[in-house]
Write a protein that binds this ligand. Structure first.
Ligand SMILES: Cc1ncc(C[n+]2csc(CCOP(=O)(O)OP(=O)(O)O)c2C)c(N)n1
Ligand SMILES: [Mg+2]
Length: 787
């Protein structure tokens, strides 16, 4: 590069850094003057991020946190105007592409999907996964984003997917604050990246604090790179290579990033860059001031070592520009940021003003004095928002209850429309709406040419074999999944057949197993991430809830992660091998699907469907079902079980029983006993808890039996209550009841060990018999005398 070009690049970098700083300063003002609710900014981290952006290439991807605005500006993934649009919570994704106004400011992400939910290419542009607030929550996903490059490089069958990867030459860039490295997920992912040897560049912005808590309370020896030294690669070349740079040293940062990223990209090596001596000029966020907890000396040091001040000094020392030239750059930057902010605010206000004007014209039709009051409320509210409109409309509707006028009809229909529009703004995109959503996959029934009876585990094995054979993007991993083909042999022989890159063992690290899947799925692959037992899903439930379940929603349809999580649960033995905490799970993961197949054939049909669709799901197989005999479908790789469609397993006339999973077999046992007592039950397997009976078929059974019992192995008030709400409230099942609806569940504790532990802790056939018999006794004591 010649001197002039070099000089121009440096000055452009300075301009960018200065603009970003202005955005932080102005952003804080916007919050303090009430135009935005909360602000968290990247001041103090500008120069390091510019250095990072220089090493970031098309196809690369970021998984970071709320300090990265400068990086987003430098890569063009955000403009300053878009940054302000997010601060104001502008709901239009054109104006605010990160989240469509759904995430607080500084939560970045690029659009990975088109308006129909289909993948956009990734290799011809810069990419960023979308940020979440839980500290270190970006780590699990980062591992998968990096792992995808390894798969794309090592599996030649994947080289055809050029939109996602150029033979695995892409690097995944992570960023994290120093204090957040205290989180378990950070350590788990650093170790896993070292084991996997994936191209991951982890930057730590070390400003010495996590809100008010200094490094002394966060990090052993107060230095993350010192204590990570043992990860450095050894003579075998394996490890996580650690680099250091000072946050105010532009030249050093540029050099370190070039070297570290190149090393990672070429050698597929994880690296960590500890960016030390970073400042926080405005403190942590708009929630408080740092003068409360930083010493005078520290505050003075932060002023002296401010990265922008230092960069300016360096430019002057090296005679790349003089003070006058730099002043001009600064005043241009100030002007530009001011203009961007203004444009963002006006664009944010314009549709609101329009909505206010529109509702006023509807309210003006009323002669009622309360309408005039509502109009004047709206007119006098400075920068009225949609909440003000909702309040004004209801003020009038409440005051005019009973007046069946045309104006009131108009206002009611206006209100309905208003709610629909705001549903789109604030509640849409919880799930995929793409042509590959679960609802668009056609049902193909299982076929059985001749009766081939096998162990259940052979059915899932054949399903996975077909999936791996059909699609090179499918890969499976988890504890014991590789060499032995999972603890129940569902992948037996698959590693030998398809290679270690497709079917692999992982360390014992549930959180990052899921992260591995999340990130890889975001880069076009089809991971089947296995959690050995449902009882250990809790280690991963946080990231399922915070990252997977929110992804479509928090990006307003801009990103997706079609990960399939496979696990096994329900009845077996002991406190940690027989769990069925389905209520906890379905409440934590709205935004995902939760399948609870009663046997391996149903499970296989669900896997087949999920692999054709593009949505994330959890499949809980029955832990006690692998050795039970099932018929092997002849179209094992093809047939699908649609989600959200219950199946009536046995018809009956007296009581409807709604259940799922392993409990169904216990119920069937109880039903035999009930039929000897003259009680006929209809047994319904819901098959999936999310979605739940989307066509409202269960209520049809209640119309016939007028009695309903919900049974499972969860705690009292767990998933049975969830099912009850769905059927009685959502489906209006209460209209058809002649007896109190009931739930039969496990006890509130986890099951004790042994057969008797199971018998007395979980619902057994006798419990079920007595509960249902008593229901019939109450309903007709003559026919069914006291038990
Ligand atoms: C799991 C979790 N715990 C607590 C918080 C609240 N919180 C937000 S930022 C933060 C401090 C993070 O400090 P650091 O990682 O050093 O990043 P910095 O803000 O200093 O750049 C905390 C405790 C959170 N967001 N998530
Ligand atoms: Mg910090």
């Amino acid at each position: 590069m010649d001197f002039e070009a070099f000089k121009a690049e440096v000055l452009n970098d300075y301009k960018l850094a200065f603009e970003s700083r202005q955005a932080s300063l102005l952003g804080r003002k916007e919050v303090l003057t009430g135009k935005a609710k909360f602000g968290i900014f990247g001041d103090g981290k500008e120069v390091a991020q510019i250095a990072m952006a220089k090493a970031f290439k098309h196809g690369d991807t970021r998984s970071g946190y709320y300090r990265d605005q400068t990086f987003m500006f430098a890569t063009g993934m955000n403009t300053v105007q878009q940054f302000f649009a997010q601060l104001y919570a502008h709901t239009d994704v054109e104006a605010e592409p990160n989240s469509g106004g759904r995430s607080m400011n500084g939560h970045f992400g690029s659009r990975l999907l088109d308006d129909n939910g289909n993948w956009l290419p990734q290799t011809d542009r810069f990419n960023s996964s979308s940020d979440i607030s839980p500290t270190a929550g970006q780590m699990p996903r980062l591992l998968g984003l990096a792992l995808a490059s390894k798969l794309y490089r090592q599996n030649p069958e994947l080289h055809q997917f050029k939109d996602f990867s150029n033979k695995g030459n892409e690097v995944a860039f992570g960023t994290i604050g120093n204090a957040s490295t205290s989180e378990g997920g950070f350590w788990e992912v650093i170790n896993a990246a070292g084991v996997l040897q994936v191209p991951m560049v982890m930057s730590v912005w070390d400003d010495g604090y996590g809100i008010s808590v200094p490094a002394k309370y966060q990090t052993t020896k107060e230095n993350i790179s010192t204590i990570l030294k043992g990860f450095n690669s050894d003579e075998n070349g394996v490890g996580v290579d650690i680099y250091n740079a000072k946050g105010w040293d532009y030249a050093e940062l540029c050099r370190v990033y070039q070297e570290a990223v190149e090393h990672s990209r070429v050698n597929h090596r994880p690296v960590l860059i500890h960016v030390n001596e970073v400042t926080q000029p405005q403190g942590h966020s708009t929630s408080g001031s740092h003068e409360r907890y930083k010493s005078k000396e520290r505050l003075q040091w932060e002023t002296d070592f401010d990265c922008i001040k230092k960069m300016r000094e360096w430019i002057e020392e090296n005679k790349l520009a003089n003070a006058k030239e730099l002043d001009a750059i600064e005043s241009d930057a100030i002007q530009y940021v001011n203009d961007s902010k203004k444009k963002a605010w006006e664009a944010y206000l314009a549709p609101l003003k329009q909505d206010v004007a529109e509702v006023i014209s509807v309210l003006e039709q009323f002669s009622h004095p309360v309408a005039a009051e509502a109009i004047s409320d709206l007119k006098s509210t400075k920068d009225a928002i949609r909440k003000d409109i909702g309040m004004a409309i209801n003020k009038v509707l409440i005051a005019t209850i009973g007046e069946n006028t045309i104006e009131r009809q108009n206002l009611k229909s206006y209100y309905k429309n208003f709610l629909e529009k705001n549903f789109e703004r604030y509640s849409s995109n919880l799930h995929s709406a793409s042509p590959n959503s679960i609802d668009s996959v056609p049902e193909i029934k299982a076929e059985f040419n001749e009766d081939v009876i096998v162990d259940g585990r052979e059915v899932v094995l054949a399903c996975f074999d077909a999936a791996l054979g059909r699609d090179p993007r499918v890969f499976a991993f988890g504890e014991d999944v590789g060499t032995i083909g999972d603890v129940n042999q569902g992948f037996a022989g698959m590693q030998e057949k398809y290679g270690e890159i497709r079917v692999s063992d992982t360390g014992i690290r549930e959180l990052s197993i899921i992260g591995q899947g999340i990130g890889a799925a975001m880069r076009g692959l089809r991971p089947i991430a296995e959690i050995q037992y449902l009882d250990y899903l809790l280690y991963a439930l946080q990231i399922m809830s915070d990252d997977i379940a929110t992804m479509q929603y928090r990006t307003k349809g801009g990103q997706k992660t079609p990960i399939i999580i496979r696990t096994r649960g329900h009845r077996l033995e002991g406190i940690w091998h027989s769990g069925s905490p389905m209520g906890m799970i379905v409440h934590a993961v709205r935004g995902m699907h939760v399948c609870v197949p009663r046997n391996m054939t149903q499970a296989a049909g669900m896997y087949n469907l999920l692999l054709k669709a593009d949505e994330p799901a959890l499949v809980v197989e029955c832990l006690n079902g692998y050795r039970l005999k099932e018929k092997m479908p002849s179209n094992i790789g093809e047939f699908t079980v649609p989600l959200g469609q219950p199946e009536v397993l046995q018809e009956g006339s007296d009581v409807t029983i709604v259940s799922y999973g392993s409990t169904l077999r216990v119920i069937q046992d109880a039903m035999k006993k009930l039929s000897t007592a003259g009680i006929s039950c209809e047994l319904i397997d819901v098959q999936t808890l999310l979605p739940f009976d989307t066509k409202h078929t269960i209520v049809e059974s209640l119309k016939k039996t007028n009695k309903v019992v919900f049974i499972d192995e969860d705690v009292p008030g767990g998933a049975t209550s969830y099912m009850m709400q769905k059927v009685l409230e959502e489906q209006n099942g209460y209209l058809h009841l002649d007896a109190k609806p009931q739930t039969i569940t496990a006890k509130a504790h986890r099951p004790a060990y042994g057969t008797d532990g199971d018998y007395f802790s979980k619902p057994n056939a006798e419990d079920i018999f007595i509960a249902i018999y008593n229901m019939m006794h109450e309903y007709n004591p003559t026919q069914f005398p006291e038990f």
